[in-house]
Design a protein around this ligand. Structure first.
Ligand code: RFL
Ligand code: PHB
Length: 389
């Protein structure tokens, strides 16, 4: 098989890139390790920046997002029994949209299928060859049969555990990592959300987040030790702990019900540099991970896709390599700012095992400053709604 861009990974980054390239007249093939149903079953991000919404519009995949997504003009921050609101609309004039990653992925698959996009599912033993030369190829097995895809470029959109990043030689690659000493236990339930907007809560018992997917579907998280597993938490124990971490006024309104998904995600900050090696480009979680506080994971994958899509379009349309040559530097410049914001917001909201009395005072002072200062709120809002591409 032959194509212009071989895309490894059929998650949101790979699908969005494939669809945008298609709209620019550039051919691609998406290779995915799992089945489509498996990919659509993963419950992940829920908050979309304006940049991602704009890309989905350009991809021709935003109709359902506009019909069913919820525009949020602000968010609540709880500090023990107190709550204050950061008003995105008043601070920076831009909202965010609450629409699940699962739905984004579903819309992208539908668009690729309608356009006759080429996929290979359940691919195994993927090997990228010749990325440092002029004629790369991707080799993989499907149902025990070895196949070969020749291409001009390879886009490594295969997430944190994929093969693309590891294809870059170790002496070229530099990795930066911070592992946090806790995880997030997340629950999805068919109950009405406790509030119209998200609530990020800093409590003496640890962090909690009240989020949602729609009027009838809620997503809640609590900080938990890394040694916990979802089976350790009955639904009752989860709801009880969540209530204890929220201001009592909010806790009193919480509608509980059976969980339809329950999982624990560890928190990590990670960046690999560079994001390009020859004709191989890393995109999204394959190149970087952020802790979910601030909802930057999916949105940062989207900004990578923007830089790579525009670079490849310039290459095929104008014969210019300027955009692809600048890709790694442009993407990383924005990635590091998202890393900083996610690290800052995580540090502000969680309880750390080694936290001293002084550290706790610093957290309180920082939260007080955010509550009282219009410029601090503006800085937070600017980052939360997404820095420009
Ligand atoms: P994905 O979504 O991981 O997709 C990568 C795809 O590549 C496939 N793959 C391979 N395909 C072919 N060959 C191989 N060798 C392959 N190896 C892997 C995988 O099956 C998968 O389909 O990465 P992408 O597209 O870069 O998208 C990034 C986002 O998914 C990610 O940043 C966010 O979901 C992160 N994240 C969250 N972000 C938020 O903003 N808010 C959240 O609440 C949130 N929750 C989460 C998350 C990530 C999680 N992970 C990675 C475990 C919760 C979890 C559990
Ligand atoms: C979610 O709804 O899953 C969500 C929202 C905001 C975050 C993280 C996760 O910061």
């Amino acid at each position: 098989m032959k194509t212009s861009v071989a895309i490894i990974g059929g998650g949101p980054a790979g699908l969005l890139l494939s669809q945008l390239l298609h709209r620019s007249g550039v051919d691609s093939v998406v290779l995915e390790r799992k089945t489509k149903d498996y990919v659509l079953g993963r419950i992940r991000a829920g908050v979309l920046e304006r940049g991602l919404v704009g890309l989905l519009e350009q991809a021709g995949c935003a109709d359902r997002l506009h019909a069913e997504g919820h525009v949020h003009d602000g968010t609540w921050i709880a500090q023990g029994e107190e709550m204050f609101r950061v008003d995105f609309a008043a601070s920076v004039g831009t909202p965010v949209v609450v629409y699940g990653q699962t739905e984004v992925t579903r819309d992208l698959y539908a668009a690729r299928e309608a356009a006759g996009g080429r996929f290979e599912f359940e691919v195994e033993d993927v090997v990228i060859e010749g990325a440092d030369g002029d004629a790369p190829s991707v080799h993989y097995s499907v149902g025990g049969e070895r196949r070969r895809l020749d291409c001009d470029f390879v886009a490594g959109c295969d997430g944190f555990h994929g093969v693309s990043r590891r294809t870059i030689p170790e002496d070229v690659r530099r990795e930066y990592e911070k592992v946090y000493p806790f995880g997030w236990l997340g629950v999805l339930s068919e109950t009405p959300p406790v509030a119209d907007e998200l609530i990020y809560a800093n409590s003496p018992r640890g962090f909690a987040l009240c989020s949602m997917r729609n009027e009838a579907l809620s997503r809640y998280y609590i900080q938990c030790p890394l040694s916990d597993s979802p089976e350790d938490w009955s639904d009752e124990a989860f709801w009880e702990e969540l209530r204890r971490r929220l201001p009592s006024e909010v806790a009193g309104k919480l509608v509980t019900g059976p969980s339809i998904e329950k999982s624990i995600a560890p928190l990590r900050s990670f960046v690999t540099e560079p994001m390009r090696w020859g004709r191989l480009f890393l995109c999204g979680d394959a190149a970087h991970i952020v802790p979910p506080t601030g909802a930057k994971g999916l949105n940062t994958a989207a900004s990578d896709v923007h830089y790579l899509w525009t670079g490849l379009t310039e290459y095929y349309r104008d014969g210019s390599s300027a955009g692809i040559d600048a890709y790694s530097q442009r993407a990383l410049a924005r990635v590091w700012k998202a890393e900083r914001f996610s690290w800052w917001f995580s540090s502000l909201m969680h309880r750390y095992p080694e936290q001293t009395e002084f550290d706790l005072k610093m957290q309180t002072a920082e939260l007080d400053f955010l509550r009282d200062s219009a410029s601090a709120q503006r800085a937070m809002a600017e980052n939360y709604v997404g820095l420009p591409y």
